[in-house]
Structure formats: structure tokens, C-alpha cells
Design a protein around this ligand. Structure first.
Ligand code: ADP
Length: 277
């Protein structure tokens, strides 16, 4: 991997950037030399004592502690209502902790950092139609960087690269609503990749895919170099792609370990409404 394609290259620059308004989340005009910070890498996502209550008072997260290192691929599983969505919406600042803290790439997720965090963490929704709203594929994939103030030539490079990465190279002029569901899902991922994020969070990525689309998704997830978190009920996908599994139930983490060990624990799976692969 070259510095040019390294999705993490700019992340550390953020720590040293001023806290004031930053023209773009990624400082491409002033690239910082890549340097390792083992502590930040080990806690690329660092969640401490996270509690979250919805406005109606319902406490959906009741003390979550979680550390995910840079480049890890992690499954987030658990029955409906476990708190998975509530948790992942903290990773890019859509939800804010009632108590506790969330850090991504060494940055506390809060009011001041939210702009940079949104570029750092890409959320890929279950339904691509929640992510695609432009007349052409190009416009959708260019939307994020355009709004971050990325220069035009760089936007074209990023769109091309993001579409290549999802196997949709050359589809810039196509109309998103003419594409198949599998293709729309891949373009939805490209809309997030074009932001050059270091973390990708997927919500049920295999839902609605036929076997071929599913196979392509698995190849794609395997090839990603970013830190990847996948919230899913698809335990076969988990077994094939994600070496670590976090089980949530009732707003807390009830198990966290190697996927093989979690999937072999029939009692644990049964207790939390999960099926083995
Ligand atoms: P999961 O993604 O694991 O299915 P969620 O994070 O969506 O779980 O939900 C966790 C809990 O929070 C559930 O009990 C759900 O009913 C509740 N919840 C979700 N959204 C809201 C909301 N807007 N207001 C109140 N409670 C909510």
C-alpha cells in the first residue's frame, strides 16, 4: 500500500489540528508524514462507560466499554433491541453519550470534533436507498468530499477510486435507481469510501442480496483495509469475514472474543437469541 492509498494516512494529523473550524476533514494540501502511535492504534475506537438514554428516558445503553484496534474487523451481534444501532450511531456523533465517552482515531467524539469524525467514520446503511439520492452515481459518490471542500480534481480521483474499490468502476454516469440492489449497495459503500474514512460501519450489509451478491460482498469486506464494524444477524457472514465478535444484549456487552469461540458456545448463542453459523 502506498501513502497515497493509505486510508489512515491523515488520521493523526487530526490530533494536532486546531480545534477551530477546519476547511476539510482531511488535510490533503498539508499531508503529515505517516507515523505510528501505538496507543491510538490499539484504541482506534475506544468506548468507556457509555450510557445512553433516549429522550423518552429509555436507557438503551447501560455501561458499554469497548476497545477496537486499527484495522480490526469486528461483528456486532445480538437480538433486536440489544442496542447495536444505538451504539454504532455514537461512532460518528449522531448519538451523544448521556454518560461516558467515545473516542475514534484519538479524537473525542463531541460537538467540536463532529465534522472531522463524520469524515473518519463511514456508516453504510442497510437500505442503500437511504444513502443514494442524486441523479447520477457520480453525484452521489462525490457528495461527501464536495461538502468537505475537497478540490475538484481530487474529487474526481476519489470518486474513481471509490467506484473501482467496490467493483463499479466506470459507472459514474449511470442512474442509481436503474441499478440492481447489489449494485446500489456497492455504490452506497462508495459514497462513504470517497470520504477516505478510517472506520467503516455496516448495518446488515448482506440483507436482500442474492448468493452472487453475497459472495461479492464477502470478497469486498475481506479486501477492506479500514477498521470494520458489522452489525448483523447473518452468522455465516460473521464466520466467514469477521475474526472478532461482540455480543450485546439489554444495552450491555455480554461477550467479546474470537468469532470461532463465540460461535462454538451454543449456550451463549441460545441465551441471546442467536443462531450458530
Ligand atoms: P438493535 O439495533 O440492537 O436492534 P436498537 O439500538 O435499535 O437495538 O434499540 C435499543 C433499544 O432502544 C430498544 O429497546 C429500542 O426499542 C430502543 N429505542 C431505539 N430507538 C429509540 C427511540 N428513538 N426512542 C426510544 N427508544 C428507542
Amino acid at each position: 500500500m502506498t501513502a497515497e492509498t493509505d486510508p489512515h494516512r491523515h488520521a493523526h494529523a487530526h490530533e494536532h489540528a486546531s480545534l477551530g473550524e477546519h476547511a476539510h476533514g482531511h488535510d490533503h494540501e498539508h499531508p503529515q508524514p505517516a507515523h505510528g502511535d501505538d496507543e491510538v492504534d490499539a484504541g482506534w475506537i475506544a468506548i468507556e462507560h457509555l450510557h445512553y438514554a433516549y429522550p423518552d428516558g429509555f436507557e438503551a445503553l447501560r455501561g458499554v466499554d469497548l476497545t477496537i484496534s486499527r484495522g480490526e474487523k469486528v461483528a456486532l451481534v445480538g437480538p433486536n433491541g440489544a442496542g447495536k444501532s444505538t451504539l454504532v450511531l455514537h461512532l460518528n456523533g449522531i448519538n451523544r453519550p448521556s454518560h461516558g465517552s467515545v473516542r475514534v482515531a484519538g479524537l473525542a467524539v463531541d460537538e467540536r470534533s463532529v465534522r472531522r469524525i463524520r469524515a473518519e467514520v463511514g456508516l453504510v446503511f442497510q437500505d442503500p436507498d437511504d444513502q443514494l439520492f442524486s441523479p447520477t452515481v457520480f453525484d452521489d459518490v462525490a457528495f461527501g468530499p464536495l461538502h468537505m471542500g475537497v478540490p475538484t480534481a481530487e474529487i474526481h480521483r476519489r470518486v474513481e477510486r471509490a467506484l473501482e474499490a467496490v467493483g463499479m468502476g466506470g459507472s459514474e454516469r449511470r442512474l442509481p435507481f436503474h441499478l440492481s440492489i447489489g449494485q446500489r449497495k456497492r455504490v452506497a459503500l462508495a459514497t462513504v469510501l470517497s470520504m477516505d474514512p478510517s472506520v467503516l460501519v455496516f448495518d446488515e450489509p448482506s440483507a436482500g442480496l442474492d448468493p452472487r451478491g453475497r459472495r461479492q460482498l464477502i470478497e469486498l469486506l475481506r479486501a477492506l483495509e479500514q477498521t470494520v464494524v458489522v452489525a448483523t444477524h447473518d452468522m455465516r457472514l460473521v464466520a466467514e469475514v469477521l475474526p472478532r465478535t461482540i455480543v450485546m444484549d439489554g444495552g450491555v456487552v455480554v461477550a467479546d472474543g474470537p468469532t470461532d469461540a463465540i460461535l462454538a458456545d451454543a449456550v451463549l448463542l441460545e441465551r441471546h437469541g442467536l443462531e450458530g453459523a
